[in-house]
Design a binder for this molecule. Structure first.
Ligand SMILES: [Fe+2]
Ligand SMILES: [Fe+2]
Length: 329
């Protein structure tokens, strides 16, 4: 395992912050590659999910034509199992236990880490990651704006655009009280039931104490058949953290909250694992998450935008869905 993971969590040295951003990029690229490879095998699902495109006001979840001719080979220059990503998942899969997840939720509910506006949160995330990684080509705010602008360009609803802007804001967790990178970024998965073989690097779960726990190792574990993903505890990270903040502080629709909560749940939205935990509501949410995923993955090839020019538009958008300006993070 790489040396950086042995750094005590309280000492997030500059070096390690630098690695967070690089690691996050690597994870994204691996997911792009997996997406490209598996997109053929999920055609039937995609077809099933398509609805009548004449229903203009309901077709926000249909993927854009814009990315159809994308040169996916450009994303294949990265080795699927690059060492850094593998080491990362080995640590994450060992440490994301039910016990850890319960504690993370207690911490979330009992602490206020910072109080600020959504835009200040974006700026803070940008500044922290930029300072630690001056070489990065794209900052967090660039990715937020590119995702949001791609969604806006396709004429999608305003709430969908806002999801593009804030979906990664939960990465602030890294600068608050996370224990490392493994509880901020990376693919997410349910804890408290059998780990699916469709999760990336599934072998590494053997070191997770829950792997042999009689309560957690069965197919349904602490859940029941088709109980609905609302009742399922997903591994703690920036998605889950931001979902709880958005759920508490905004009037965003369920589809938006699902996009935020599940955007790193690749085993589900890409590999179609855990369908036996889904209820009917989740089928609708899956359409939403899949629609969002393409913008998250591929908008990085787009132009970089002028932050100051776009700021007034997005401030108004934030105000529309977050009634209180100051948010408890
Ligand atoms: Fe993310
Ligand atoms: Fe993202």
């Amino acid at each position: 395992m790489s040396k950086i993971f042995k750094t005590p969590p309280t000492k997030k040295v500059e070096h390690e912050q630098h690695i967070l951003e690089k690691l996050d990029d690597d994870i994204l690229k691996v997911n792009q590659i997996r997406h490209d490879f598996t997109s053929n095998s999920t055609h039937s699902l995609d077809d099933e999910l398509k609805i009548d495109s004449d229903e203009a006001d309901k077709n926000w979840h249909i993927a854009s034509e814009y990315y159809k001719n994308i040169d996916t080979k450009a994303f294949r220059q990265y080795e699927l199992a690059c060492d850094r990503v593998k080491s990362f998942y080995e640590e994450q899969h060992e440490k994301q236990t039910v016990a850890y997840n319960l504690q993370a939720r207690i911490n979330f509910k009992t602490k206020t880490r910072d109080r600020m506006t959504i835009w200040q949160g974006l700026e803070k995330l940008n500044k922290l990651l930029d300072e630690s990684d001056p070489d990065t080509e794209l900052s967090q705010i660039d990715h937020a704006l590119q995702t949001a602008e791609a969604i806006r360009r396709d004429g999608k609803p305003r709430w969908f655009q806002l999801v593009g802007l804030i979906h990664d804001l939960g990465k602030l967790l890294y600068f608050f009280d996370s224990k490392g990178q493994w509880d901020v970024v990376g693919d997410t998965f349910p804890v408290g039931c059998k780990f699916s073989k469709r999760i990336i690097f599934p072998e590494s779960f053997k070191k997770n104490p829950d792997y042999v726990n009689p309560l957690y190792k069965s197919k349904y574990g602490i859940y029941s058949k088709h109980c609905g993903l609302d009742k399922v505890m997903l591994s703690w990270g920036h998605d889950e953290y931001m979902y709880h903040i958005a759920k508490k502080n905004s009037n965003l629709p369920p589809e938006a909250l699902a996009m935020i909560r599940y955007h790193s749940f690749y085993p589900w939205h890409q590999e179609l694992a855990y369908t036996y935990l889904m209820d009917d509501h989740d089928k609708e949410m899956l359409k939403a998450v899949k629609a969002f995923n393409k913008y998250d993955l591929y908008s990085k090839i787009d132009q970089q935008y002028n932050i100051e020019e776009l700021k007034p538009y997005y401030l108004e958008l934030i105000n529309e869905f977050f009634p209180n300006e100051i948010i408890d993070f």
